[in-house]
Design a protein around this ligand. Structure first.
Ligand SMILES: [Zn+2]
Length: 270
């Protein structure tokens, strides 16, 4: 499943490849991934010039001269920039660009391709309900977001309405780097813990972004990301030695999800 590093990489690649280009035609093979009728989607985006591509959480924002195209890959998928004459076998939505290329979007399971007319972005509830991108949050802002919160630190970090961008792939290593137990309560975090957590989030996500994101997602040319399973520190590494102290990594249940921790490095305060 794509998370912030993968989506940040796609946004960067799309911004470089698409800015200034015009969408000549739009084809839809899976109408149920749209928020409007196929005709309204095509009318909205045909002839639109791409201004820039950004992201918030798992949503890609393609800003155009005629409003926004919002893409969400859901459980995963591919966004490929290909010659229009050599389309991939599978695509759900396709944008034919000037210069004889097409942007072919495929969802492995289910995703979204939404059209938002100019000035209406605030009314797109699925993206407007997201918190700020976690990498854009300063330490001071991070402290404000944590202030007064109850509950476990892991649940807080995964709540996309508070902070957008952390999911199950990176959460384990983020907490390990911060030396925090996933069930540690937010209200018990010391100023030092909070600083370490803020630093850990940035270090972990940036490490993957620098490698082009996780290996199970591909770039616009179809090349897999360079962040491998072996790049993980404790996540999904049950029984392997902790990279800091050598203790065997444990898989534990934390609420409805599983967590991977070093029981020595990540003690829960009592
Ligand atoms: Zn350890």
């Amino acid at each position: 499943m794509p998370e912030l590093p993968e989506i940040a990489c796609r946004a960067r690649e799309m911004n470089e490849a698409l800015s200034g280009r015009v969408i000549r035609a739009v084809a839809v093979a899976q109408p149920k991934c749209l928020n409007v009728s196929v005709a309204a989607f095509q009318r909205g985006l045909s002839g639109a010039e791409v201004a820039q591509v950004t992201h918030r959480g798992k949503w890609l924002f393609v800003e155009t001269s005629k409003g926004h195209l919002l893409l969400n890959l859901g459980m995963g998928g591919e966004i490929l920039l290909v010659p229009s004459k050599r389309l991939p076998e599978k695509w759900r939505v396709r944008f034919d660009l000037d210069g004889g290329e097409s942007l072919a979007v495929n969802f492995w399971w289910f995703g979204y391709a939404h059209y938002v007319p100019p000035g209406k972005l605030g009314g797109h509830t699925m993206s407007a309900s997201l918190g700020p991108n976690v990498l854009d949050v300063s330490l001071a802002e991070f402290r404000r977001l944590l202030a007064g919160r109850r509950g476990a630190v892991k649940s807080f970090l995964l709540d996309q309405s508070k902070l957008a961008g952390i999911g199950n792939a990176y959460i384990h290593d983020i907490l390990f780097r911060a030396r925090l137990h996933p069930l540690e309560t937010v209200s018990r975090l010391s100023p030092r813990d909070t600083r370490r957590l803020h630093t850990a989030i940035r270090a972990e996500l940036r490490r993957s972004i620098e490698k082009g994101g996780a290996f199970y997602e591909v770039d616009l040319q179809g090349r897999p990301g360079g962040f491998l399973g072996t790049d993980l520190l404790v996540g999904y590494r049950e029984g392997k030695p902790c990279p800091a102290c050598g203790t065997a990594i444990l898989k534990i249940r934390t609420g409805s999800t599983a967590s991977f921790i070093c029981p020595t490095c990540q003690r829960r305060s009592v």
